[in-house]
Design a protein around this ligand. Sequence first.
Ligand SMILES: Cc1cc2nc3c(=O)[nH]c(=O)nc-3n(C[C@H](O)[C@H](O)[C@H](O)COP(=O)(O)OP(=O)(O)OC[C@H]3O[C@@H](n4cnc5c(N)ncnc54)[C@H](O)[C@@H]3O)c2cc1C
Length: 471
Amino acid sequence: MGKRNVSADARFDFDSIVIGGGSGGYAAARTLAAAGQRVAVIDGAETLGGLCILRGCMPSKALLYAAEVRHLARHGVTWGLRPGKVGFDFASVMRRKDEMIRNFAEYRQGQLADGRFSLVRAHAQFLDAHTVQLNDGRKLRARNFVIATGSVVRPNPVPGLDAAGYITSDEALELKRAPKSLIVLGGGAIGIELAQFYQRFDTRVTLIQRSEHLLREFDHDAADVVTASLRAEGMEVFTGTHLVGAERLGPKRKRIVFQHGGKERRVEAEEILFALGRIPNTAKLGLANAGVATEHGCITTDADMRTTARNIFAAGDCTGPHEIVHIAIQQGEVAAKNILAGRRRAKIDYRLLINVVFSDPQVATVGLTEHEAKRRGIKFLTASYPFNDHGKSMIMDVQHGFVKLIADPRTGEILGGACVGPHGGELIHEVVVAMAKRMTAAELAATPHYHPTLAEIWTYPAEELAEQVAR
Ligand SMILES: Cc1cc2nc3c(=O)[nH]c(=O)nc-3n(C[C@H](O)[C@H](O)[C@H](O)COP(=O)(O)OP(=O)(O)OC[C@H]3O[C@@H](n4cnc5c(N)ncnc54)[C@H](O)[C@@H]3O)c2cc1C
């Protein structure tokens, strides 16, 4: 920490302390420091950078891109190419990812250490609402806090799995060799992305999902397209299962036993990937000492990102339920603005919540899904259009997927969008912008689109909705 900062108020070492220097914490600290506050960021990690950069979004997407390049190369016959066998060097695939991650992490580490705030390398625990105890023995006091301590892998509930041994996404992103076979437990975004990555590097993958559908938070039509695509690539996918147990059969042989369709089934593989979710990293923070309440481990906040203690705010995965980077950043900024604000309070707004799964086809949504609209009793109109009937995607030989818009039946305002198909994570942003400006389907339909592009596919459901609203 070098020299000790002296807050304007001598009772405190800092105006604000941010616990956790990942996406949410860094966003909060940057905003507070830019407004002239004396800020400390406390982070106990051995390597700084946060989950997204070190073990989350960036390494997984770097690997998925490599898998996509190989997949396309192998399927070049469609376009008249003769690729033959497209081999690979798994160590090189991992090495390129490692280099990217080192660069991204160094950049973030530089930002954390550039002097705008005091960087404290320690674990913190609350003693009271204004004081934290560090694991190096020091105590620090601040007027305000932002808690941004992220998430950890959920404890394993599967009998026998601890003894059998398993890997989590952390290890799956670091393996030196692709296993010959892999059982993936969990059909959420992380499970599906890593399952497809290994499948495309010749691992025989079995995916086991407890719910009836993969990606259970998405509309079923989207999940069904992904399920069909994974199966078409040779993955064995089981949904609607109940996990009974696991056992180790030998040094490279593990078994999962599960119920499916009224029968007990057994699958064996070299490795098991546990992808049954993450939980907020809040258990060791001494939150009760500070009067900060939690619900199922998630720090309770209001729309200001304020916790149940008036001077303590929270951001990112530790607040749940959206484990998404741009949300962590928004929440960090809202928390910081409200520490600074006085009366003009900032509020977090999930109207434009974006979700992307980087499978192939990608699944992306913004705003309302049909499922959510029905659950909340919101009246809506919907229109969709398939990629296999659209010029640019036919050039790309896209066989599966669709785009869908959801609109207010009275005004035509776009309330949500979904895209299951090529570059879905990019394409969805057209709807994000339209929704940010509260555009109607008619306005989106009338917006010029270059031909032939993937983006122009949005004009079809937009036109259909505009007609429905006009009737
Ligand atoms: C495999 C995988 C892929 C993902 N892909 C995507 C994606 O494509 N897109 C997306 O939006 N999201 C993705 N996510 C989720 C995303 O990574 C997280 O939502 C995001 O990184 C959370 O940021 P955060 O600031 O809340 O926490 P983190 O980045 O985890 O930061 C928390 C920090 O707090 C520190 N800390 C914890 N406890 C203490 C303590 N007591 N004292 C001091 N410091 C402490 C930790 O050391 C850590 O640096 C992915 C996650 C995983 C696991």
